[in-house]
Design a protein around this ligand. Structure first.
Ligand SMILES: *Cc1c(COP(=O)(O)O)cnc(C)c1O
Length: 452
């Protein structure tokens, strides 16, 4: 019998929408959150206004302690240094310092901030591609750790230390191929082409520069634990060469930051809580990259970590209030809230977790949350399934502690209060809301314009 020919069916390509119901369940669902650390969200808004950034002291401490424990059980000598640019609100930095972290700064402004908070020079790591002459002099005098970014900085340090007749404690920032592309080779000196080693040689020739460590920061939100292992391996290799070729023992290797937080990137379908490696995985990779070299225990360098986002993101919330609901021409539900992307920069690349303070029913619709700026790009969250949230009610964005409170900008609206929920349950304003006066104070009107 002749086989029946199959009927041709035209293939169809359907666009996958983020947050749509898929084989992994209902991604993009929101949750109900009435309180943060026991404090009622609606009461917070009544007292401190909306929008409102909230930081949990408890979460910062718990996250930092957990991270320290994970590393210390895998390696004997560990030191964290808080990355100021990730969140340099004074209260936040102080909590990290109380937990034993040093300061990691990348500008004179950040350096001065750390000093003003009482961090001694020998607990400040000074990174970055541009360190002003005046700040380098301060850092030399304070015996801070100066991480050299390029040869011009090395030469000016040689000049400065001769000029002020003081020795500087320095480390070399090394960039390298860790299998992560594009490579971050714009910072530091290269490992593979010998540049980093040449810098080390020049430092060893100067009697005013004391080489104490090696540093790298391979990128940010690095999903490959292997990349960290390679970085730790290569830095330790340099450490060993310095030890055997110059008979000089360095104090530390600094692996930088770059470990992801629990935020999910827009390009990822699965939630970060199941799709990114755990902190334990990163710690395993980093410490085994060092340990594989087989150094004796008294030869091991101190391991410094400059984790930023992984330690603060989960401690931060942005509370917003719904100002309007509307339907777009394609039928999609749109919600307008009272905060814009000028406050929440990270909404450009993260699908922030969303909560409402009440349960508004089972019927949820794929929604887009717009900010209150008069700008088309002002989208805080797309592809989230939400019930209709009444005007005047709150929508909470989770995991916003990293970079938003430093990269935010005053644009169209003033920046709001930031409060910290203290461990004892009290609520403190840690940065006051701006007023018109905050902005006008910096402005000057030329006399000629006033006369008119
Ligand atoms: C920004 C930065 C960090 C922190 O990076 P994360 O990705 O937030 O962990 C650490 N070290 C240096 C040198 C940095 O520039």
């Amino acid at each position: 019998m002749e086989k029946q020919k199959k009927v041709y069916v035209k293939p169809i390509i359907t666009k996958q929408k983020t947050g749509f119901v898929g084989k992994f369940g209902k991604a993009g669902l929101h949750s109900v959150l009435e309180k943060i650390d026991g404090v009622d969200i609606e009461e917070l808004v009544e007292k401190f206004g909306s929008p409102l950034f909230v930081i949990s002291e408890k979460t910062i401490r718990a996250t930092q302690r957990k991270a320290l424990r994970i590393f210390k059980t895998r390696y004997p000598k560990v030191q964290f240094a808080w990355s100021y640019k990730t969140n340099y609100l004074n209260a936040v930095c102080l909590v990290f310092h109380e937990e034993g972290s040093w300061a990691e700064v990348v500008s004179e402004f950040e350096y001065d901030k750390a000093k003003l908070l009482g961090v001694p020079g020998n607990k400040i790591i000074y990174n970055g591609p541009h360190k002003s002459k005046s700040s380098l002099i301060k850092a030399i005098n304070d015996e801070a750790f100066i991480h050299i970014d390029h040869f011009d900085e090395l030469f000016s340090l040689i000049e400065l230390t001769e000029e002020i007749k003081k020795t500087a404690k320095v480390a070399v920032r090394v960039n390298m191929d860790t299998g992560i592309y594009p490579k971050w080779d714009r910072f530091g000196l290269n490992y593979e082409n010998g540049e980093a080693y040449e810098a080390i040689r020049r430092i060893m020739l100067s009697d005013k520069l004391n080489l104490v460590g090696l540093h790298c920061h391979i990128g940010t939100y690095i999903l490959s634990t292997d990349a960290f292992k390679i970085a730790a391996y290569k830095l330790t290799d340099l450490y060993k060469r310095v030890k055997y070729e110059f008979n000089h023992q360095l104090d530390y290797i600094d692996i930088g930051g770059g470990i992801p937080s629990k935020n999910t990137l827009y390009s990822y379908y699965l939630d970060a809580s199941v799709s990114i490696p755990s902190l334990e995985d990163y710690a395993d990779a980093i410490t085994s990259g060092i340990i594989e070299h087989g150094l004796k225990s008294d030869e091991l360098p101190l391991l410094i970590l400059e984790s930023g986002r992984a330690l603060i993101d989960e401690a931060g919330y942005l509370i917003t209030t719904v100002v309007a609901n509307k339907r777009l021409s394609n039928g999609k539900q749109a919600i307008i809230v009272d905060a814009g992307v000028n406050l929440l920069f990270t909404s450009f690349w993260y699908k922030h977790k969303i909560s409402t303070t009440e349960f508004y029913g089972e019927v949820r619709d794929e929604s887009v949350i717009y900010g209150n700026l008069c700008m088309n790009i002002d989208v805080l969250r797309d592809g989230v399934f939400l019930p209709p949230v009444p005007v005047g009610k709150q929508i909470i964005f989770h995991n916003v502690g990293a970079y938003n409170m430093t990269q935010w900008m005053q644009f169209i609206n003033l920046r709001p209060n930031v409060v910290m929920i203290m461990e004892d349950g009290s609520v403190e304003v840690i940065r006051k809301a701006e007023t018109l006066n905050t902005i006008n104070e910096l402005e000057r009107i030329p006399e000629k314009l006033l006369k008119k």
